[in-house]
Design a protein around this ligand. Structure first.
Ligand code: NAD
Length: 512
């Protein structure tokens, strides 16, 4: 499936219909496997955002979804999961075609993960405290106090190109579970699967207008969403630089914001680690999806006593990773998403060498037969890296591992924390007590012990420090798409017992 068929046009998906951009403009989608144009997508601008937000607002106010029963909303999420599984081939094709992720991963992980998220969320909805009853207390009551969790309104999502489907669904699923309407802007490189998901949501029976997709540039569509007065919340996944900007701009209309940003995750290999797990596990942790994962374990701390031995094994196994055509089910590592990303990564490899790090393997683009013109960089490992080097501090978002030597474990933990990021971290050891001791000290939203990349639909995912705030996945995500309302119903019928009123009014108590 390496050669791509004809160029197809994808309008935007709003109000349950495919709609061209108001401007009539289009932009190209490039297949990273060979650099050729494979699709054209409607190029949205502010007027398209206005239209989508108006649709989402109207749908929200109509109550067709926001006031729908929780049971029916949950049932429709299950029907959405069914649509996804029935259309898995097409979704996977669109995802590989635009992102360059391997079909092996998209079919065997991404599709199953989003279906599982829908299933688990439908389950959480059964026990989620949409209404909480407070105990009756003498003060300020007696009253019947309730806390209601209500939808926020119109939620906008802005997503990156690395896991277009997964990261869109991490926002769509909890937003819809809580009854919100949505406008989503996928990354310009990878909008195809998100458009398809919106179509499938309608086919599943989720009302038109609940989930709308506007495609186009971040500077146009993204900014228009972030500054739109009728958007109540922005859920963003992307770079820390853009996230910082979004936070600033969202302040203009006091929008709720959740940010899932960059990472430079440290992995600490203790001398007692089982190397049969720790070596392939560290490679899995950094090179899956060619290192284009926000929580990749890009800094590996190795004890000086085993540094050379570990490095040799890492290099040997890294060079055996099968690179190739992402549509080939046997391919384990595909191309980078774009020419620009390839150049960014090559630039960092150059910087690493200038900084004095030792290039152990990889480092140069490779040509893959049948994928000429693709953006392939093989697994690249740097040794003798100092944690203060730019390649150890800045997010490269490519297949580059920095191996850092340490003398004692507390020094490794300290250096692991010396980063502006705090998305994930990990430790490899056979001493579980030591693993938990270290996990307590690591400043990151996820800590893996003898593993990597294992995210679950029922566990929160998100960052510490400049990796962002807010949590996706699990019941925790439902909180991020709801707002709390306290409802107080007084149980006091006698005027004279309205003691608090006496703070202002003389009459009630005196009259009594
Ligand atoms: P990016 O920040 O360049 O773009 C992300 C999205 O923001 C895209 O849809 C883009 O069009 C949009 N955008 C760009 N400029 C904008 C603006 N001024 N206003 C509003 N929207 C704008 O990120 P990317 O290059 O697409 O993705 C890679 C980054 O995403 C990496 O930094 C990575 O760590 C991060 N990421 C984080 C997570 C996480 O969960 N923490 C997951 C995946 C990726």
């Amino acid at each position: 499936m390496s050669t791509v068929l004809q160029v197809k046009e994808f309008p935007m998906f709003m109000d349950g219909k495919w709609q061209a951009a108001e401007s009539g403009e289009w932009f190209d989608i490039i297949y990273p496997g060979n650099g050729q144009t494979v699709a054209r997508v409607a190029s949205g601008h502010k007027e398209d955002v206005d239209k989508a937000v108006a649709i989402a607002r109207r749908t929200f106010e109509s109550g067709i979804w926001s006031k729908q029963s929780i049971e029916i909303r949950a049932a429709l999420l299950l029907s959405f999961a069914q649509q996804i599984m029935q259309n898995a081939d097409e979704l996977a094709y669109l995802e590989v075609l635009s992102s360059g992720g391997t079909l092996r991963r998209v079919r065997n992980m991404d599709i199953l993960q989003i279906a599982d998220l829908l299933l688990q969320t439908a389950e959480f909805m059964k026990s989620y405290p949409y209404v909480e009853y407070l105990p009756i207390q003498p003060y300020p009551g007696p009253a019947n106090g309730q806390v209601w969790r209500e939808p926020i309104g119109v939620c906008a999502a802005i997503t990156p190109w690395n896991f277009p489907m997964i990261l869109a669904m991490w926002k769509i699923v909890p937003a819809l579970a809580m009854g919100n309407s949505m406008v989503i802007k996928p990354a310009s490189h990878t909008p195809l699967s998100t458009l398809k998901l919106a179509e499938l949501a309608v086919r599943a029976g989720i009302p038109a207008g609940v989930l709308n997709v506007v495609t186009g540039a971040g500077s146009q569509v993204g900014e228009a969403l972030v500054t739109h007065p009728d958007v109540d919340k922005i859920a963003f996944t992307g770079s820390t630089t853009v996230g910082r900007n979004i936070m600033r701009q969202a302040a203009g209309t006091i929008k709720r914001v959740t940010l899932e940003l960059g990472g430079k995750s440290p992995s600490i290999l203790l001398p007692d680690a089982d190397l049969r797990l720790a070596i392939p596990g560290s490679l899995f942790g950094v090179f899956l999806h060619s290192g284009q994962i926000c929580e990749s374990g890009t800094r590996l701390f190795v004890h000086e006593s085993q540094y050379d031995q570990v490095l040799a094994k890492l290099a040997e196994q890294a060079q055996a990773i099968r690179m190739g055509d992402p549509f080939d089910m046997e391919t384990r590592m595909g191309p980078l998403v774009s020419k620009q990303q390839m150049e960014t990564v090559l630039n960092y490899i150059e910087i690493g060498q200038q900084e004095g790090a030792r290039l152990v393997c990889g480092g140069k683009p490779v040509q893959i037969p049948g994928c000429e013109g693709g953006y392939f960089i093989p697994p690249t490992i740097f040794a003798d890296v100092d944690n203060q080097m730019r390649i150890a501090q800045e997010e490269i978002f490519g297949p580059v591992l920095s191996v850092i030597r340490y003398k004692d474990v507390d020094e490794a933990v300290q250096k692991a924390n010396e980063s502006i990021y705090g998305l994930a971290a990990g430790v490899w050891t056979q001493n579980i007590n030591e693993a938990y001791r270290i996990a307590r000290q690591l400043r990151a939203g996820t800590v893996w012990i003898n593993d990597w990349h294992m995210l679950r639909s029922d566990a929160p995912f998100g960052g510490f420090k400049q990796s962002g705030f807010g949590r996706e996945l699990g019941k925790y995500a439902l909180d991020e798409y709801s707002q709390l309302k306290h409802v107080h119903a007084s149980l006091v019928t006698e005027e004279k017992r309205r003691v608090a009123w006496d703070l202002l009014l003389e009459s009630p108590i005196e009259k009594a």
